[in-house]
Each structure stands twice: as structure tokens, then as C-alpha cells.
Design a protein around this ligand. Structure first.
Ligand code: C5P
Length: 212
């Protein structure tokens, strides 16, 4: 998401939106009806989805809630954790002779994954992502519990351009954590990871339906 500071400045991050778009496309390919809520990205909308473009975390939460009820929610977005307490309608001016920089006052954004996980219309399967720079397993495990989702796909990001796991890259390497265990998936293109996740979902939902 993009959180404005004034008319021309904002807080955001390097997420490309590619993984979420790839998952939406993979779900469509397997016959799902998909609503894709996306922050501002530089990639085309996947074919066959109901597209909702948003800017801020608050807009994203509202769009996700409006998309309920749904069987599955997959939260891949790099939602900005904080936004400006107040944002200025015009441009904050740097005046000649100013020596001090303005102080930014931030407040927390809503946690969309956590809110969907505890929603009265909670989807049957809620999946989140966790981007970590260290302690991948422990942080992902803690996040799974704290956010109340069913699965977490944890990916280690690096700032080393040579290892293929840089934020915004076309490849991804994840650890899938479910309540029952974990699977280490190898580095693969985001499109392939999307197909694999959708297969995993179909397998799980098929097993649940077969039981009931
Ligand atoms: O806490 P952290 O940002 O690492 O958690 C990542 C997961 O939580 C992702 O699935 C992301 O989409 C979701 N998230 C969210 N709302 C936020 C922050 C993260 O839905 N404000």
C-alpha cells in the first residue's frame, strides 16, 4: 500500500505485487472466482479476476471486507504497517533558511490478515505471507498464532542481489507453515509457486469436503 504524507510524498515499500497477481491468475486457471484487491503496482491486471485497485491500507481493508463472504482469503500484500497521523492536503514546503527537518508522527494501520482471520464472515481458509530478514521459522510460527490465520508462507528476503530472494524479484523461496507442520519449498518463479499453492489448496479443500 501507499500511505500519503502530503500531496506529493508517501510511505511505501519495494513490493512488486507479482506474487499476489500470480496467485490470482493461478486460481482463475483452476476455475475459481477471484477478487484481486491490489495496491498500486506496475504490472497488468490478471485476466478473469474482479479487480479492485486501492491506495492505502484502510482502503484495502474496506475492499477485502466488501469481498466477503469468500471461501479462501490469501493475503500477499505488503501492507504499510504505519501511516501518517495526519496528512497535509498540499505540499509540505521546505523554506529557505529552515534548519530543522519536520517530525513525522505515525500511527499503526489495521492488520488486514488478522481482521479477516477473526471476522464474523471468516473465510474457511485464511492464508498469509511473512517476509522476514532473520529468524524465519520462529517469526513465522509466532505470526501464524498471533494473526489467527491457517497457513503462513514465510519468505526470507535478502538485500544481496545475487541470491535470488530480493524483495520485488520474480522468484520466491518459502517455508509453508500450517497448524500441522511445515514444508520447505525450493526457490522457484513466483508463477510456479502460485500454481503449487493452488494445488495445495485444492488438495486440502478436497480432503475437508471428502470428510464432511
Ligand atoms: O506482520 P507482517 O507484515 O510481517 O505480516 C505479514 C502478513 O500480514 C502478510 O500476509 C500481509 O499481507 C499481512 N498484513 C496485513 N495487514 C497489515 C500488515 C500485514 O494484512 N497491516
Amino acid at each position: 500500500t501507499v500511505e500519503p504524507l502530503d500531496a506529493v510524498r508517501f510511505i511505501s515499500n519495494h513490493s512488486s505485487g507479482r506474487q499476489g497477481h500470480a496467485i490470482a491468475a493461478a486460481l482463475v486457471k483452476r476455475g475459481a472466482r477471484v477478487t484481486l484487491v491490489s495496491g498500486p503496482v506496475n504490472i497488468p491486471d490478471p485476466l478473469g479476476v474482479a479487480m479492485v485497485h486501492v491506495g492505502t491500507a484502510e482502503q484495502m481493508l474496506a475492499a477485502c471486507e466488501a469481498a466477503l463472504p469468500a471461501d479462501i482469503a490469501i493475503c500477499t500484500a505488503a501492507v504499510a504497517d504505519w501511516r501518517a497521523r495526519e496528512w497535509v492536503k498540499g505540499k509540505i514546503k521546505k523554506r529557505p533558511g529552515d534548519t530543522a527537518a519536520p517530525t513525522l508522527s505515525l500511527i499503526q494501520n489495521p492488520d488486514i490478515l488478522a481482521q479477516l482471520s477473526s471476522h464474523s464472515q471468516r473465510p474457511g481458509l485464511v492464508i498469509g505471507f511473512a517476509t522476514e530478514t532473520d529468524n524465519l521459522e520462529a517469526n513465522a510460527c509466532e505470526k501464524l498464532k498471533r494473526k489467527g490465520c491457517d497457513w503462513i508462507l514465510a519468505n526470507a528476503v535478502s538485500t544481496d542481489e545475487s541470491d535470488g530472494t530480493v524483495f520485488g524479484n520474480a522468484q520466491n523461496k518459502v517455508l509453508l507453515m500450517t497448524g500441522n507442520g511445515q514444508e520447505d519449498w525450493p526457490l522457484m518463479p513466483k508463477t510456479e509457486l502460485a500454481d503449487r499453492l493452488v494445488q495445495r489448496i485444492i488438495h486440502t479443500i478436497g480432503a475437508v469436503n471428502a470428510e464432511s
